[in-house]
Design a protein around this ligand. Structure first.
Ligand SMILES: [Fe+2]
Length: 307
């Protein structure tokens, strides 16, 4: 596909140093300029100052200059900003005010995780011995940025922007609430949710497997139980295992593994999910603050007009 991945996000927070320290503990490598790097994706998160927490910029990788030219053409035809410079294109998602940059980027290189043997009824995969997942002692390090979720006051308009103009595809919808969109073979890279105010709901980071989801969250919670938001569970849309934690600015950060991939668009039928299915397949019930974070009223009173 012309678009093939998320490259990076920039988030704005009031407490930059504290937030960088959190994501560094989360397993990303701190670099100069407020950047944090994942193992396979490199610099994928930048933390800058903003009066209230928000997603400032979303960067998307494209394969060819022709792809960028086609997006620019669609944006201009729709009367939207399309600022082309060299190998990238800047625009703004009009409802949330998020800067969207489409740039030429190489494919992400992910050395495959060695297959982990799992025993099951009638299936002793690992012979005599303990599960590898309980023997690991290394720090959990996210492999790549997987997706970002934003609240929009007009989610249908935001979804149209990402699909009709930028070129995302719809993977599934949540009835009356939003849509899972992809710009890669992952089930979703962007989820736009109906919300009373523009805000960043969460960023999500891929780890090797469910043991890494659990180990990562357990380490983050050891001295900071207040960081816990929701987990461990498995989503229905995308099928990924999840555990959500809260950063010091109030943004959620998710460890995930085992997400569905859509290699062949012809073989995937988007569904409209209703009720709890839109949220999860199994796990503890989500806390009310997952859908409506505690600081939404604060964000609304401090909210700036997008643009
Ligand atoms: Fe997520």
């Amino acid at each position: 596909m012309p678009l093939h991945r998320l490259t990076a996000i920039t988030i704005g927070v009031p407490n930059v140093a504290e937030t960088i320290a959190y994501y560094s503990e989360f397993g990303l490598g701190a670099q100069p300029g407020g950047w944090l790097a994942s193992t396979d994706g490199g610099r994928q998160l930048r933390v800058v100052h903003a009066p209230t927490r928000r997603l400032i910029e979303l960067r998307i990788g494209a394969e060819h200059l022709d792809d960028i030219a086609a997006i620019a053409h669609r944006l201009r035809a729709a009367g939207a900003l399309a600022d082309e410079s060299g190998t990238s294109l800047n625009t703004v998602e009009p409802v949330t005010g998020t800067r969207v940059v489409v740039e030429i980027a190489g494919p992400i290189q992910q050395p495959p995780t060695p297959a982990t043997p799992y025993n099951g009824p009638g299936r002793i995969e690992r012979g005599t011995g303990r599960a590898p997942g309980v023997l690991r002692e290394t720090t959990v390090r996210p492999r790549k940025l997987g997706h970002v979720v934003v609240g929009s006051t007009d989610y249908e308009a935001s979804i149209r922007f990402f699909t009709d103009l930028i070129g995302f595809k719809v993977s599934d919808r949540i009835k009356g609430h939003g849509a899972f969109l992809r710009c890669s073979t992952d089930h979703h890279n962007v989820l736009v949710l109906h919300a009373p105010v523009t805000f960043l709901h969460h960023s999500s980071w891929q780890v090797d497997d469910v043991d890494e989801v659990g180990r990562g969250a357990a380490t983050m919670l050891a001295d900071h139980p207040e960081r816990h938001v929701w987990g461990l569970g498995r989503h229905h849309a995308g099928s990924n295992f999840f555990w959500y934690l809260k950063d010091p600015a109030g943004n959620f950060s998710e460890y995930y593994s085992d997400m569905d991939c859509i290699i062949d668009d012809q073989l995937w039928s988007p569904e409209t999910l209703e009720g709890a299915r839109g949220l999860f397949n199994w796990g503890p019930p989500p806390p009310p603050s997952f859908l409506a974070p505690d600081d939404l009223a604060e964000i609304m009173t401090g909210a700036h007009q997008p643009g």
